[in-house]
Design a protein around this ligand. Structure first.
Ligand SMILES: Nc1ncnc2c1ncn2[C@@H]1O[C@H](COP(=O)(O)OP(=O)(O)OP(=O)(O)O)[C@@H](O)[C@H]1O
Ligand SMILES: [Mg+2]
Length: 248
């Protein structure tokens, strides 16, 4: 069974500029894959993301996430998808530790246990000395580390990121990318990473899906093979051609 399947999925917003934000999207992601989705602004990446987590319903087509329909069976997927957004979305009135433990609190995990799990994840992200601090006193990079810890803390099967590091400087972004990649691999999760940066997609993905508007997969690349065949610059150029092409 695939972890994520989109079959002929379309999403139309009334009054949207193209009408369709996603059109005829087919997507299949297997257990343990780390897939990067790259595409220009407005091509439908966040709409795909919102369909996947069941925040919105498709206009057409079938979506299955861990065997469930994410919109209709929203509760069935609770706690099974960990999400890291572009903006950290931490709760400002909670310490770093209480933010990380929040998902477990929602799942009624006993206090001692959720704080232990929260501390462990903060430690894995190098933040143990900051666990009692509040978001306003942490740097942007630290706050995104807390969001990553929070996403992993409920032990979800899928990790989903929507441009989580695009507001950070290049070095901090690169180090968080490699940590995220390592954690997904160590914990045998399935990762889906949305970005508009081609370099970031190559860095993080085992497989890259290139999105074009209105949201569909215009090309896909298996990263190690494509790097061997084309080299990094060659692969970047190929992806750029697809993103910029009109016929895709
Ligand atoms: N709620 C909405 N109502 C109307 N149109 C929408 C809505 N959400 C998205 N759209 C439109 O759908 C298209 C795809 O938007 P989406 O946010 O999915 O793009 P994106 O690839 O995530 O872009 P970015 O890289 O800028 O985040 C855009 O034309 C957008 O204006
Ligand atoms: Mg977006």
């Amino acid at each position: 069974m695939k972890v994520v399947t989109f079959a002929g999925v379309s999403k139309r917003f009334d009054g949207g500029s193209h009408g369709y934000a996603v059109r005829n999207l087919d997507l299949h992601i297997g257990q343990g894959e780390l897939v990067a989705v790259v595409g220009k602004t407005g091509c439908g990446k966040s709409t795909m993301f919102n369909l996947l987590i069941g925040l919105i319903a498709p206009t057409d087509g079938v979506i299955r996430v861990l065997g469930s329909n994410p919109f209709a069976d929203f509760d069935a997927l609770a706690g099974k998808i960990g999400v890291v957004f572009q903006n950290d979305r931490l709760l400002p009135w909670r310490s770093a530790l209480d933010n990380v433990a929040y998902g477990l609190e929602l799942r009624h995990v006993a206090k001692e246990r959720r704080l232990a799990v929260g501390r462990d994840w903060l430690k894995r992200l190098g933040l143990e000395v900051h666990s009692e601090k509040y978001p306003h006193s942490l740097s942007g990079g630290m706050r995104q580390r807390v969001s990553i810890a929070r996403a992993f803390a409920t032990d979800p099967e899928i990790l989903l990121c929507d441009e989580p590091f695009s507001a950070l400087d290049e070095l901090t972004g690169a180090s968080l990318r490699s940590e995220f990649r390592r954690l997904v691999q160590e914990t045998h999760k399935t990762g889906i990473f949305v970005t508009h940066s081609i370099g970031e997609a190559i860095d993080i993905g085992d497989r890259i899906l290139v999105f074009c508007a209105p949201g569909h997969v215009a090309a896909e690349f298996a990263v190690p093979e494509a790097l061997r065949e084309l080299g990094e610059e060659g692969l970047k150029q190929r992806i750029l051609d697809v993103m910029g092409g009109t016929g895709a």
